[in-house]
Design a binder for this molecule. Structure first.
Ligand SMILES: Cc1cc2nc3c(=O)[nH]c(=O)nc-3n(C[C@H](O)[C@H](O)[C@H](O)COP(=O)(O)O)c2cc1C
Length: 309
């Protein structure tokens, strides 16, 4: 690469990424599974599968189906638990060249989340926490933290108080006003917000008249949600001063550029990794080429550069 190659570095809450393109939670395992597939020094970071206090088996199958331009999943946040992650996966991750790690955290109560953070706080090799606010809160009748301003305030302020690393709050798109929820997260102490998580959806097998997902409903992701996600990122960007990390249906470098123009400081790529495990790296490389071809000197210049009428 010539010396006047575009500067692809971006900053999220004081953490520098060499590219704005990040692998999204739940679609990139614990990162180590991609060691032979993706060049970690080409991508910005990866987000781990959601980590909980105890190991979780997840939901019964079928729990993933393909839809027009997307997929519905109800994995049920299956994971090995935070302690096993720290003991078994983190040492391998630390040995991987160039990998920036974002740990995704969830819990069914605020105390669950605090416990996950306490375990991670003592471990080395993590740059940032991403708190999944789409998880149902069992102490409040299963309402997701991220759809109720009061629950979101409690979750973010309590977790922020124990975090030894910057806290990015991943917002649910299943709300009326993304701007309002982003503001709630910021006021409660979030250092950044990421959005969107998946949209609650339902698909029915019309021959059997049964839901196609055993859990009945699941989360819709992929290109089908992209225009809604871009609009929500733009709404959030207008509402807050903290960085917004955008995602939802990114499959090409041009999609990533679009999210940044809407206001994203960085982007995440999820479902695309199912079709092509190298998608995140390809999108990062494609974005560098796009910036070069369009004489964009710094990728960060793209953020919020939408030209409104
Ligand atoms: C199979 C699958 C599992 C996911 N698991 C998680 C998870 O554990 N935690 C989380 O915050 N988001 C999870 N997500 C949401 C993605 O990280 C992302 O927010 C969403 O899929 C939208 O981006 P995309 O259209 O690029 O996939 C999951 C998504 C999929 C498809």
């Amino acid at each position: 690469m010539s010396s006047n190659a575009p500067d692809m570095r971006v900053q999220i809450a004081g953490v520098e990424l060499q590219s704005p393109v990040i692998a999204a939670s739940g679609t990139f395992g614990y990162g180590v599974e991609f060691e032979e597939i993706v060049a970690f020094d080409r991508i910005g970071a990866f987000v781990t599968k959601g980590l909980s206090r105890e190991p979780m088996q997840g939901n019964p199958t079928p729990r993933i189906i393909e839809t027009a331009s997307g997929m519905i999943n109800a994995i049920g946040l299956q994971n090995m638990g935070v302690k096993a992650f720290v003991e078994e996966k983190l040492p391998k991750i630390r040995a991987m060249k160039g990998a920036v790690v974002i740990a995704n955290i969830f819990g069914y109560t605020v105390e669950d989340c605090l416990e996950v953070i306490r375990v991670l706080n003592d471990a080395e090799g993590i740059a940032l926490y991403e708190l999944n606010a789409s998880c149902p809160n069992t102490s409040h009748g299963g309402i997701a933290f991220g759809v109720d301003p009061g629950l979101l305030t409690e979750l973010v302020s309590c977790t922020k108080a124990v975090c030894k690393r910057p806290l990015m709050v991943k917002l649910s798109p299943n709300v009326t006003s993304m701007a309002a929820m982003a503001r709630v997260a910021e006021e409660a102490g979030a250092d950044a917000v990421s959005l969107v998580n998946t949209f609650v959806s339902l698909a029915i097998d019309i021959e059997t008249r049964k839901p196609r997902i055993a859990n009945v409903t699941g989360g819709l992701s992929g290109p089908a949600i992209k225009p809604i996600a871009v609009r929500m990122v733009h709404d959030a960007w207008k509402a807050v001063k903290i960085p917004v990390v955008g995602m939802g249906g990114i499959v090409r470098a041009e999609d990533a550029v679009e999210f940044m123009m809407a206001g994203a400081t960085a982007v995440q790529v999820g479902t695309a990794s199912y079709a092509d495990p190298r998608a995140v790296e390809n999108i990062a490389n494609g974005m560098l080429r796009w910036c070069s071809a369009h004489r964009v000197e710094r990728a960060s210049e793209l953020t919020g550069s939408i030209v409104l009428p």
